[in-house]
Design a protein around this ligand. Structure first.
Ligand code: SAH
Ligand code: SF4
Ligand code: F3S
Length: 438
């Protein structure tokens, strides 16, 4: 029998990247080999994001273009999963007549039956919330996803309900995986060549707290650090309100823990932070930054910032700019506020016009560019340790990341993947650094 092929398109955050790996693994079990190109695919899966309206609209655009593809290949099956699917459910099938199936963020394990139904011509939706922790372990890692670095989901869902955010509605309540299962997955990954793990969750600091599990996040980190073969540990995302003293201690004494933390601040204004329901103020946040820097002086911070939250004044925005400068982020990801269904902020009056929001956004971007260059410039002329991950930007180059998560490209043999190297940094390109191995 000819092997069938599935092409998986992934949008949104690292959770979706990780879920796509699991989708690939589940579909392999029903005869579909993941394919890098869409042209030879028998099935296309869109793993979607609905965090901002643009992300959602994009999916409808892509589904529309699939119509042409279907004319050339009438048997092509199309499935939509992820956060838009969770949000829309059955409605998606009604809106898009050429769609075959819709699965949510909690139903990846139901895919085999759904695919069989779709192959038999039935259109199906499965977007229920199945909230027991066992569903998180339905995907034993079988070494299908080889690689030097690996994403490991440690928890799913979010209980924070930031007023602008749709994630708690589309990912459900926080559920942590059992520590033993996580450590076992990482041990196996290390055996198959993985050297760096990124522990994933919407809010990793509250790992284990919901169900009084045996381990909290700091003990989990210590467990991972004990695994032979794993040389580096990263995690994301951390919520500033839940940074604990035991976690700060990890930065003090766990060598494998990388010198980087993504600590989204969202806004520098106390008034806006309160309206966002973030649970900390500017001073709390800056204190966290100070504490982390005191135990790990070379730690680099990155952040997410929302521009134009309802009611944000120029003064509030100035507070975000000044916070950026105070923290001196190595990078930040900024977004113009987008009202989302079901969220509290969507009901707030918003008088600021889009043009002004975009103008603020551009000012923030320009400041971050300048900061990234400034943060990186002292690296030029130094040797920095990088873990070599794969082919670099140009022919003959490899790339790796520093402990602080800055990308370095340098001329090197492909055989170096998976090793630690100390390139001399020779240029600062803002988005990346250029290094030399000599
Ligand atoms: N759990 C993570 C991030 C989840 S979403 C955290 O708490 O930080 C990723 C980023 O998208 C958020 O940090 C936020 O900056 C942005 N975001 C979320 N909802 C948004 C909205 N409605 N409009 C604009 N940006 C949004
Ligand atoms: Fe959204 Fe807030 Fe949860 Fe992050 S912590 S996923 S921003 S609700
Ligand atoms: Fe998007 Fe869902 Fe992640 S909304 S940001 S893919 S959790």
């Amino acid at each position: 029998m000819l092997q069938k092929k599935v092409h998986i398109l992934t949008y949104g955050c690292q959770m979706n990247v990780s879920d796509s790996e699991k989708i690939g693994s589940v579909l392999r079990g029903v005869g579909y080999e993941p394919s890098a190109t869409i042209d030879d695919a028998d099935m296309v899966i869109l793993n979607t994001c609905s965090v901002r309206s643009k992300a959602e609209e994009k999916i409808y655009g892509i589904l529309f273009t699939m119509k042409g593809r279907l004319k050339r290949k009438p048997n092509l099956l199309i499935g939509v999963g992820g956060c838009v699917a969770q949000q829309e459910g059955e409605r998606l099938l009604q809106k898009v007549p050429h769609l075959n199936f819709v699965f949510g963020t909690h139903t990846l394990h139901l895919l085999p039956q759904m695919v069989r139904d779709a192959e038999a011509g039935r259109r199906v939706t499965e977007t229920g919330f199945i909230d027991d922790d066992h569903r998180l372990d339905l995907f034993p890692q079988s070494g299908e996803v080889a690689g030097v670095t690996r994403l490991v989901t440690i928890m799913q869902g979010c209980d924070n309900f930031c007023s602008y955010c749709i994630v708690p509605y589309v990912r459900g309540r926080e559920v942590s995986r059992r520590p033993g299962d996580i450590l076992e997955e990482i041990r196996r990954a290390a055996d198959s060549g993985c050297r760096e793990v990124t522990l994933l969750g919407q809010n990793v600091n509250s790992y284990g707290l919901q169900d009084g599990a045996a381990a909290d996040f700091a003990s989990l980190l210590r467990g991972v650090a004990n695994i032979d073969g794993i040389q580096r540990i990263r995690f994301m995302t951390s919520h500033p309100k839940d940074i604990s003293t035991p976690l700060i201690d990890c930065f003090a004494d766990l060598e494998k823990l990388c010198s980087h933390i993504h600590l989204p601040v969202q806004s520098g204004s106390d008034r806006i932070l309160a309206m966002m329901n973030r649970g900390y103020n500017r001073a709390d946040y800056l204190l966290m930054v100070k504490k982390l820097r005191s135990v790990r002086p070379d730690i680099l911070f990155t952040s997410d910032i929302i521009v134009g939250f309802p009611g944000e004044t120029e003064e509030d925005f100035q507070q975000s700019l000044s916070l950026l400068q105070e923290v001196r982020y190595s990078d930040s990801y900024s977004f113009v506020y987008s009202p989302r269904p079901e969220t509290k902020a969507a009901l707030l009056p918003d008088k600021t016009g889009n043009e002004e929001k975009v103008e603020r956004f551009n000012r923030l971007l320009a400041l971050q560019k300048k900061l990234t260059i400034e943060v990186q410039s002292p690296m030029v002329g130094k040797r920095l340790e990088v873990l070599v991950e794969g082919a670099g930007k140009k022919e003959g180059q490899m790339y790796g990341r520093t402990s602080g998560n800055r990308v370095v490209n340098f001329s090197a043999e492909a055989g170096l993947a998976g090793t630690l190297q100390q390139p001399l940094i020779v240029r600062n390109f803002q988005n990346s650094l250029l290094g030399e191995l000599r």
